[in-house]
Design a protein around this ligand. Structure first.
Ligand SMILES: [Zn+2]
Length: 459
């Protein structure tokens, strides 16, 4: 393999989680991302596949962004002996201080719930990793600024904005006179909150995500839906409950609400953020105004976040006190699929009251409480008690942190003038990857590859 780069796909091959790619020369072994598989158990079982290599042999890991499906394997690698450097943008590094320890706690809790059989089948002797493993990982992370070529051994790495979440980057790696461009997760074509993605430089090899490779985002008037929900709770003096992911989605819904109040589409309504993680994530966002759309800062969104018009609840006592708040008001709380976190308490206390409104603003996966309610369950079980679902339920479908099919094609088309040798379509289900591949008709010479698990390429 002299004078070649070896690239091996170690995750997200046919899945939208578990992202990890090995890139190596004769002198250096890197991972691009080290993500956990997330979702239904047949997907999460993949986290127990033995590692293909001793992690102490990996020199460094370059992260594209903080989402656990790109970073959640780090504590396991550290536990198994990885001692190299982890590089990330400053925003990603800061978000990981919140997300990784939480991932460790979740692993510890899950281990307690595994059946004896599962523990035997996987030959588990403990959780995949612990909060302590996650904390040990944080000290290895070094921040690398955007748009600044960064030499590392025989590689040069550069981060570019991806428009996906705070800190999210596309990554360009150069070595042996070759260039590889990794899209990371790409943001939507018209972001509402985040600074849009940058156009990539020409590259010899391109690795693109394909989460929405076979789908277009729904066009809908989300302002109208929110306006109706807010009018309803004003009329009934009740509560609007919004389950939301702590990072990205919460800040987006806060901005949309702020803008609607500012434009007098809705009147001023008390807003409560009841999720310690969402509060910390929001504080992290406040440190990076340059990663937002410039217009958002000008409109005063960050001043709003720091004002008393919005209440960030940390204390459990204050969270419980919110149960006695009769409304009108808006509670934004995690988790976004209502499968854990403080949102459960709010649903437990408010689902039965037909005056309230529940608004989902993100994808509800199979098997989650959110999905059950969205599909019209009349009673659900929370904290082992049956609760009748009587409140109004609605959903906004158009918020997305991802580029849709057209957005992905627009991105790939940017390489048309200087065609890459190979385009690798990864990080998507097979149908999405194949559909996207079938739409890339504008390249004349580029090979299109849909890598399988452990597929290896010599560049
Ligand atoms: Zn992501």
């Amino acid at each position: 393999m002299k004078d070649k780069i070896r690239m091996q796909f170690l995750g997200a091959t046919g899945y939208v989680t578990g992202s990890r790619i090995l890139v190596e020369t004769d002198h250096t072994r890197l991972y691009v991302d080290a993500g956990l598989y997330q979702g239904p158990s047949y997907v999460e079982e993949r986290n127990f596949i033995p590692l293909e290599t001793d992690p102490s042999r990996i020199h460094a890991i370059f992260l594209t962004h903080a989402h656990i499906d790109h970073t959640g394997l780090l504590p396991l690698l550290v536990k198994k002996g990885f001692r190299g450097e982890i590089f990330a943008t400053p925003g990603t590094r800061d978000l990981l201080q919140i997300l990784l320890p939480d991932a460790g706690r979740i692993q510890e809790e899950e281990y307690k719930f595994y059946s004896k059989k599962k523990i035997r089948d996987y030959e588990l002797t403990g959780p995949l990793f612990t909060e302590e493993d996650a904390l040990n990982t944080l000290s290895l992370i070094q921040a690398v600024p955007f748009n600044t070529p960064f030499p590392y051994r025989d590689f040069t790495a550069t981060y570019y904005w991806a428009g996906h979440i705070l800190g999210a980057a596309q990554l360009r790696l150069e070595a042996l006179n070759r260039s590889i461009h990794f899209s990371g997760d790409l943001g939507p074509r018209e972001p509402i909150l985040h600074r849009p993605r940058e156009n990539p430089l020409p590259a010899d090899y391109v690795v693109v995500e394909s989460t929405y490779g076979n789908r277009m985002h729904e066009e809908e008037d989300y302002t109208k839906k929110l306006e109706m929900a807010v009018q309803t709770i004003l009329r009934r003096k009740s509560m609007l409950i919004i389950p939301s992911f702590a990072v990205g989605r919460t800040q987006l819904i806060l901005y949309v609400l702020f803008k609607m109040m500012k434009d007098k589409i809705i009147p001023e309504v008390p807003v409560f953020i009841d999720s310690p993680m969402a509060t910390r994530a929001t504080q992290t966002y406040l440190a990076y105004p340059s990663e937002m759309l410039a217009s958002i800062i000008k409109e005063g969104f960050f001043d709003y976040l720091q004002s008393r018009r919005i209440q960030m609840i940390e204390d459990v006592v204050d969270s419980k006190r919110l149960n006695y708040f009769s409304g009108p008001g808006i509670i934004v709380s995690a988790s976004g699929m209502a499968n854990g976190g403080r949102i459960l308490h709010h649903l437990y206390n408010r689902l039965w009251d037909r005056r309230n409104v529940l608004l989902f603003i993100g994808y509800q996966a199979e098997g989650t409480l959110g999905r059950l309610i969205l599909e019209g369950a009349s009673r659900v079980k929370i904290f082992n008690r049956e609760v009748p679902v009587r409140l109004e339920v609605d959903k906004i479908n158009s918020f997305s942190a991802h580029a849709d099919q057209e957005g992905l094609l627009e991105f790939i088309r940017l390489f048309q003038e200087n065609e890459p040798k190979t385009l690798f379509i990864n990080h998507g289900e097979d149908e999405a990857r194949e559909t996207l591949a079938s739409k890339v008709l504008f390249f004349k010479n580029t090979r299109i590859e849909i890598p399988r698990f452990e597929s290896t390429y010599y560049l």
